[in-house]
Design a protein around this ligand. Structure first.
Ligand SMILES: NC(=O)C1=CN([C@@H]2O[C@H](COP(=O)(O)OP(=O)(O)OC[C@H]3O[C@@H](n4cnc5c(N)ncnc54)[C@H](OP(=O)(O)O)[C@@H]3O)[C@@H](O)[C@H]2O)C=CC1
Ligand SMILES: CC(C)=CCC[C@@H](C)[C@H]1CC=C2C3=C(CC[C@@]21C)[C@@]1(C)CC[C@H](O)C(C)(C)[C@@H]1CC3
Length: 418
């Protein structure tokens, strides 16, 4: 059994108490949002319209459907991949290998859903099942995180994450102990981060669009925009799948309840909130306003993609002609930091682009309710917190060079503001 590691790593999320609170708060928030989105007043800050009884949450059919979805995505993950990528170097100097076939999984899922619908599959009935499906996903996340916690007890010390090994079971269960839990080639964290939740999100959006068409004759322009923007975001994530290998979640965070619940339940059931809201609260949106919103989304996407691609290209090969002319700072680790281009504008240009897109996803829902802006508010808090965590890690990693970078690029996310 591996001894607890990293016990001196500073505790995050308010330590064991904060982790215990989040274990309850995150699922409660998700169910609150699901209930409120379909209620008339749709008040984000008000009480839920009713408290669902066990019969509204528990459905063997929903559980079966959810497990079949996970099974389908796992089977698609195991299909031959166009490429196998290597991850970052690990503590023991080894590198893990990852299949790059996420976009293929998205396309095959679309094909299967298309075939199902033409054979009579009632996609428009899915929105009625959101509550029991979310319950099934939450249950799965709890059981799966328990499995991951136990599995980590058998893992060698070198396989453990820098955080998540405090010795406090609740904290470690929440944060995750093992960095890259796997069975053979099947990497649980990498699979969950990009497949069932992200693809499930766009499928739920599509089902909401279909139900709106069934109810009102055709989908509204607002629903088309939300579906289109979020499909672009998910398609982009899967097209640039390899880039996820350099994100904080894969490199630094253990795989525990936070990510398992986040990937499997939180993403599909709360990120589809705008489309859920639009089904029950139709909004009239004119073409001029729709064009402005498209422009906002395009600007956000341009910054998000430009910044992420610039960093990934640079990390893969600093002499790549696309980044070779950028100004850099040398660090004691041998790695360099970009100080011009996107990364010379603010220290997290990719977060800025992501936030601008988040705004564009909410605007089609109008300004009469706060609820569709939940994603923007939550995401701002998540990214500000994430930026602070990354800052600490970079300070540790790069020391003086990081200080120099912060001096040269003083703003974190929004130029001249933050
Ligand atoms: N939709 C959602 O719910 C969420 C989306 N995201 C998105 O995921 C993406 C990835 O985010 P995340 O993993 O947090 O962070 P980043 O992709 O920004 O990665 C941060 C890392 O980049 C490297 N880095 C920082 N500054 C520089 C520089 N100047 N030059 C070169 N490398 C630098 C450092 O790692 P090193 O030096 O070791 O390479 C640092 O640890 C973002 O676009 C974010 O918006 C994130 C969370 C949730
Ligand atoms: C509140 C809660 C449960 C927090 C858990 C956070 C997770 C929901 C997010 C942490 C990092 C994420 C990323 C994406 C989705 C949300 C989570 C899992 C991401 C896959 C979305 C698509 C992007 O293009 C991305 C690949 C850059 C991104 C990676 C981080």
């Amino acid at each position: 059994m591996a001894p607890p590691q990293g016990s001196r790593a500073p505790l995050e999320f308010g330590g064991p108490l904060g982790a215990a609170a989040l274990l309850l708060l995150l699922p409660a928030t998700m169910f609150h949002l699901l209930l409120v989105a379909r209620s008339g007043p749709a008040r984000l800050l008000g009480p839920p319209p009713y408290l669902p009884g066990p019969e509204a949450l528990w459905s063997p059919r929903a559980l079966l459907l959810w497990l079949a979805w996970l099974g389908l995505q796992a089977a698609l993950y195991l299909l031959p991949a166009r490429k196998v990528a290597e991850g970052q170097e690990l503590k023991d100097k080894s590198r893990l290998r990852y299949p790059i076939n996420g976009f293929q999984a998205l396309m095959l899922t679309a094909l299967l859903v298309g075939l199902g619908v033409s054979a009579g599959l009632p996609l428009g009935a899915l929105p009625e099942m959101l509550l029991p499906l979310a319950f099934a996903a939450t249950l799965t996340a709890f059981i799966f995180s328990l499995f991951l916690y136990v599995k980590a007890l058998l893992a060698p010390a070198s396989a453990l994450a820098p955080g998540g090994n405090s010795g406090n079971p609740i904290y470690d269960f929440f944060l995750g102990r093992e960095l890259n839990p796997r069975i053979c080639f099947f990497d649980f964290k990498y699979f969950c981060e990009l497949r069932p939740g992200l693809i499930g999100w766009v499928l739920i959006n599509l089902a909401l669009l279909v139900q709106e068409a069934e109810l009102r004759g055709s989908p509204s322009l607002a629903m088309w925009l939300v579906n289109g923007f979020q499909l672009l975001y998910v398609g982009d994530a899967l097209w640039h799948e390899e880039a996820v290998l350099t994100t904080m979640d894969i490199i630094h965070d253990g795989f525990g309840f936070m990510l398992a619940f986040g990937d499997l339940a939180w993403v599909p059931f709360t990120y589809s909130l705008q489309a859920q809201f639009l089904l029950y609260h139709p909004q009239a949106l004119g073409l001029p306003m729709a064009s402005v919103i498209c422009l906002i989304n395009a600007t956000g996407y341009y910054i998000f993609r430009g910044a992420n691609s610039q960093k990934n290209t640079f990390r893969k090969n600093p002499s790549d002609p696309r980044v070779a002319d950028l100004e850099t700072i040398a660090t004691a680790t041998g790695r360099q930091l970009l100080v011009s281009g996107w990364w010379g504008m603010v220290r997290h240009p990719n977060y800025l682009g992501d936030l601008i897109m988040a705004l564009a996803w909410s605007l089609p829902c109008g300004v009469s309710h706060l609820l569709p802006y939940f994603y923007l508010l939550y995401f701002t808090a998540l990214l500000v917190h994430r930026e602070a965590r990354d800052e600490r890690q970079c300070q540790q990693k790069y020391g003086l060079a990081w200080h120099e970078y912060c001096r040269r690029v003083p703003y974190r996310i929004v130029p001249y503001i933050y």
